[in-house]
Write a protein that binds this ligand. Structure first.
Ligand code: EZ4
Ligand code: CO
Length: 412
């Protein structure tokens, strides 16, 4: 079972996706997701120019060895581009191993630890009535847990609020498949932390009043606060019993979370932009977070993220894997197989892909009353229709960014 062919496929059905496709000499095909939103072609070049040739002729069954080889032989370690490239190779090899064994990947990881994966969806609205409608739409689709994002009075555009010109997912929910906007330049948004801190507790109070105490509610603060601001927000949200507050600070300073943790019992989730266990070791060991947000795609694949989550398990920290539309259906499948098998699964983010994306990637996961299951196809359970993919060439896209009222660039 040697790797015969390594192809990098770029397609942009509803948004850009980068997929690595490995073929073995006995005809097995493995897919890996290498999508790095807004910097897609950097990973394409890394794979095409520096990795593809190294794979040819290698034994496809040696997943751990391949991971160590790609990580250590490059000399330059970590970073989102490198770790997305390694993730794609790793996922494709797990896909191949599953097909060779005739088993879904979750069986190779130890089998199912649960019947399905509780998933949360994204409700948003510029105003409370719009937000309530969005929560109801998600409940009607079966979502049992819901992320809440709203507009802030005085700010024009804000992270996480679906635009009115949004597309529609396969389940019919109005949804904007970005935040990356197609175009030659990034969109500029505005930000005011004090206005946000004044507004958000009232939003959660209103949502609890409307939907009752049981519904698990989540919120993403998108790295925008200082530790003391984050502590204040966490404390002010305690009466509304959040499932988690996500990315309350730019958490590359792991020690900053000590300050937040001293002040609030609101559970914390961090890590969608992290890429190795080294980004997490202090916040896991000191139990400064409750959920690990990494996606398989951005954290070196199933092999590495499983190690991060096994380490987290020792400290009662659970998974909360990133599942935006910029993780491709292949990356989502990898997340579902891993989530189903580990003991310390917490929740899975699930933003539905668009109609065109689902025509390019044929998936076998199931959605049943708020629970995802990766299905029982051998491997990851996703196939890529190359002809369909070819209809959608790459389009330049950028994530937005923020400036404060005085023109200062701020975390977005
Ligand atoms: O901004 O995936 O929790 N989800 C998020 C996402 C990220 C995008 C960046 O590529 O914060 O919407
Ligand atoms: Co986030």
């Amino acid at each position: 079972m040697r790797i015969d062919k390594a192809e990098v496929i770029v397609t942009s059905p509803d948004r850009n996706f980068v997929t690595l496709r490995l073929t073995t000499d006995d005809g097995l095909v493995g897919l890996g997701d290498a999508t790095l939103n807004g910097r897609e072609l950097a990973v394409v070049a890394y794979l095409k120019e520096h990795v593809a040739a190294l794979l040819i002729g290698k034994d496809a069954s040696r997943i751990e060895d391949m991971w160590q080889f790609l990580y250590r032989s490059a000399y330059w370690r970590r970073g989102p581009v490198t770790m997305a490239a390694i993730a794609a190779v790793d996922m494709a090899l797990w896909d191949i191993k599953g097909k060779a064994a005739g088993m879904p990947v979750y069986q190779l990881l130890g089998g199912a630890s649960r019947d399905g994966l509780m998933a949360y969806g994204h409700a948003s609205g510029k105003t409370l009535p719009e937000l309530f409608d969005s929560v109801r739409e998600h409940q009607a689709l079966g979502f049992k847990s819901i992320r809440i994002q709203t507009g802030v009075p005085g700010l024009r555009a804000i992270y996480g609020i679906a635009s009115n010109t949004a597309g529609t997912s396969h389940q019919g929910v109005r949804y904007d498949h970005e935040p990356a906007q197609r175009g030659a330049l990034p969109m500029q948004e505005d930000w005011d932390t004090r206005a946000y801190l004044r507004h958000i507790p009232g939003v959660f109070e209103a949502v609890r009043h409307e939907f009752g105490p049981e519904l698990p509610l989540l919120h993403d603060a998108h790295h925008r606060m200082t530790p003391i601001q984050a502590a204040k927000l966490g404390k002010s949200l305690e009466p509304f019993d959040l499932f988690w507050l996500e990315d309350c600070t730019p958490a590359e300073n792991q020690e900053a979370l000590r300050l937040v943790r001293q002040h609030t019992t609101t559970p914390l989730a961090i890590g969608e932009i992290f890429n190795t266990v080294w980004d997490y070791h202090t916040i896991i060991r000191e139990q400064l977070i409750d959920y690990v947000r990494s996606a398989v795609t951005h954290t070196g694949g199933i092999t590495h993220l499983k190690k991060v989550l096994d380490y987290a398990a020792i400290y009662q920290v659970k998974s909360g894997m990133h599942g935006p539309t910029d993780v491709s259906p292949v990356g989502m499948a990898a997340a579902m197989h891993l989530g189903l098998s580990i003991h310390n699964f917490g929740i899975q983010e699930y933003m539905q892909h668009g109609v065109k994306t689902n025509q390019v990637f044929h998936q076998s996961f199931t959605w049943n009353e708020g629970y995802l299951h990766p299905g029982d196809q051998p491997g990851l359970g996703v196939t890529l229709d190359v002809d369909e993919a070819g209809k959608y060439p790459y389009e330049q896209a950028y994530l937005p960014f923020n400036r404060l009222a005085d023109g200062t660039v701020h975390d977005w």
